[in-house]
Each structure stands twice: as structure tokens, then as C-alpha cells.
Design a protein. Structure first.
Length: 187
């Protein structure tokens, strides 16, 4: 991805921020839109967009960077009120609802997992941290295995969302998440 924000020239930083705002508006519209169309709407060339965001996944991750953080607080509250395995299931369901409300995030997660880049962007990093916290609590309580990598669970979650991420598929999603959590229990 691009250098940290603080190392960009002022005009490059303005272009980057404008691309993020434009992409957020485009994604919120619910309509499919190409990266070239986002660049055009932002008033910059495609080269500028690709210099800042080499892939669609990079742009999607940046758009939702700050929106993912409240899910960490949700995980903490769930751990205070539920057993860790139930907290994990409930958090994955909340994440699915969060992702379902944000155009492009499920596809980006699947693409990041498939490319081996899961955990290299702000959304994936946060998902990995939250899953790590939930898995650790579950291992300490003896409810979940201690040898599970949060990146693997994130990949599984992305796969589940690619199959059952739509709002009308919530019953299937719940069944699949139950299978995932059951598979994480100690043998």
C-alpha cells in the first residue's frame, strides 16, 4: 500500500483523502462502481488512485478503517456477559451484520484471504486482533482450542460470509457459525 499518511506531500494527502471520501459515498450508494469511476468522481486520474490504492481491497479497507474499531468494544462487552465460545459466535454474527451493511467488504475480505494478504490492512488487522482476544479468552476458559491462529479463523469467517453473508441468509449464517465454533472446541 502507500506510505504512511504523514510522509505524503500535502497535495497527495488531499487527493488520498478525497478518494477515500468519494469511495465511501460510492460504496454507500449500494451500486457497483469501478475504481476508474471513483477516480473520475474524485477529480483525479486513475494513476493517482492506483498509486494510493493498488487494489480495490486496499481502497475498501481504508474506507472502513475507522468503522471497524467499535466491534472491538462489542467483543469486550460480549466477553463480560457471555462464555467465550458464545461470545465468539455472537461477535462473528455482529461482524457479519456490520460487513453486510458495507458494500464491498465481504468481497475484499475473501480476496485478501485468497491472496494471502489477510491481516495486512486496517480492517483485517482489527478482525485479527478481536478474534485473537476472543480465542485467547476461550482457550483460557478451556472452551476453545489454544492452537488456533486468528488469521485462519478470519479466513474461515470470510468464506462463510461469501456463502451466507446476505441478510436473507441469517439462518444459514448462524448454522455455519455454530459449526465453526464447534470445530474450535478442544478435542
Amino acid at each position: 500500500m502507500t506510505p504512511p499518511r504523514s510522509t505524503l506531500r500535502a497535495d497527495a494527502q488531499r487527493n488520498r483523502e478525497h478518494l477515500i471520501v468519494t469511495a465511501a459515498e460510492a460504496f454507500a450508494s449500494g451500486q457497483a462502481i469501478s475504481l476508474d469511476a471513483i477516480a473520475k468522481r474524485a477529480g483525479v486520474g486513475s494513476g493517482t488512485l492506483y498509486r494510493h490504492f493498488p487494489t480495490r481491497e486496499d481502497l475498501v479497507e481504508e474506507v472502513y478503517r475507522d468503522q471497524i474499531r467499535p466491534l472491538r468494544d462489542d467483543a469486550r462487552v460480549l466477553l463480560e456477559t457471555e462464555q467465550p465460545a458464545k461470545a465468539l459466535h455472537a461477535w462473528m454474527r455482529r461482524f457479519a451484520e456490520w460487513a453486510g451493511e458495507r458494500r464491498g467488504i465481504c468481497e475484499a475480505l475473501v480476496a485478501l484471504v485468497a491472496s494471502g494478504r489477510f491481516g495486512t490492512g486496517p480492517v483485517c488487522d482489527e478482525v485479527q486482533r478481536v478474534l485473537g482476544m476472543l480465542l485467547e479468552a476461550g482457550a483460557e476458559a478451556g472452551e476453545l482450542r489454544s492452537d488456533i491462529d486468528p488469521v485462519d479463523v478470519g479466513g474461515i469467517l470470510a468464506g462463510v460470509l461469501s456463502v451466507a453473508g446476505a441478510p436473507e441468509q441469517r439462518a444459514q449464517l448462524d448454522r455455519m457459525l455454530t459449526i465453526v465454533v464447534d470445530g474450535l472446541r478442544p478435542r
